[in-house]
Design a protein around this ligand. Structure first.
Ligand code: ATP
Ligand code: BTN
Length: 254
């Protein structure tokens, strides 16, 4: 960890052999004012969480499970942008370390060959229209075997399954922290616009027929892309464009 080339992300590291959820620990530490960019990393979570109350499962020591604490000058509406920033960082890190072509899936996943390899969970606290902290939780499947993934049906993969060999997690982590650091600095300096371009360049299903479903809604159309804030743009069959925010809906092929 001493040779990591970052300015903010990963300068402070809290390592736990086992914990409930790194996002929970990170939120506590954020409230206590830990330094910006601190990462909370673990070998095993008993209550790993995904979006919408779903669970994140990862056998001990097989994946990368960590959370980053950020104190951005941001509006609560901008927080989904950090999810997308992290997804782009994962794609870049997998390409740089392993030459793998991964893709971002709106709003919070990374896929390889149509299978989920990484999930991202951003959580925040805000006061009026000012963000107090953002916790960015990343779960990347690294050394899970095919058997470890059968519980997800035919929806998930790992780097080991893709490449046919086990990998050194620390090496991927180092590069991923560097990419997160670069992109967070870019966000601080130039906002979301350059990230929007990077996201779009690596996105799944743009121009394809997709379905967007929420608790009580279901829309089909063509995925146009995302707007300047990161919301999903769907072209309905009557030609109108409908905007979706990440909190409430899921995206899949139609
Ligand atoms: P969407 O994000 O579009 O709503 P999703 O199915 O990816 O759909 P998420 O909430 O993003 O839902 O992710 C949580 C889901 O991820 C869980 O319901 C589970 O099916 C799946 N999941 C849990 N752990 C893993 C893992 N290690 N690898 C791949 N998938 C996992
Ligand atoms: C999703 O796919 O919905 C998001 C999954 C996020 C998983 C990571 S693992 C580290 C961090 N701690 C958690 O409890 N969740 C995130």
């Amino acid at each position: 960890q001493t040779d990591i080339k970052t300015h903010i992300i990963g300068q402070t590291v809290r390592y736990y052999k086992t914990t409930t959820s790194t996002n929970e620990v990170a939120k506590d530490l954020a409230r206590q004012g830990i330094t910006e960019g601190a990462i909370i990393i673990t070998e095993e979570q008993s209550k790993g969480r995904g979006r919408l109350g779903r669970t994140w499962q990862c056998p001990p020591r097989t994946g990368l499970c960590f959370s980053v604490v950020l104190f951005p000058r941001a509006n609560p509406m901008e927080v989904p942008q950090f999810t997308m920033l992290a997804a782009v960082a994962v794609v870049k890190a997998l390409y740089r370390t392993l030459g793998l072509r991964a893709q971002v899936k709106w709003p919070n996943d990374v896929y390889i060959e149509g299978l989920k390899i990484c999930g991202i969970l951003a959580e925040m606290a805000a006061e009026a229209d000012r963000v107090k902290y953002v916790v960015l939780g990343i779960g990347l499947n690294v050394n899970q075997s095919k058997e470890d993934l059968v519980c997800f049906g035919n929806t998930a993969t790992s780097l080991r399954v893709q490449l046919g060999r086990t990998l050194l997690r620390s090496q991927i982590l180092k590069v991923l922290l560097e990419e997160l650091d670069n992109l967070y600095t870019l966000w601080q300096q130039e906002g979301f616009l350059p990230l929007k371009g990077l996201w779009r360049d690596n996105a799944l299903w743009i121009g394809n027929k997709v379905q967007v479903s929420g608790l009580n809604s279901n829309y089909q159309g063509t995925m146009e892309g995302i707007d300047d804030g990161g919301a999903l743009l769907l072209r309905l069959y009557d030609g109108t464009i409908k905007t979706f925010y990440s909190g409430e809906v899921s995206l899949r092929p139609a």
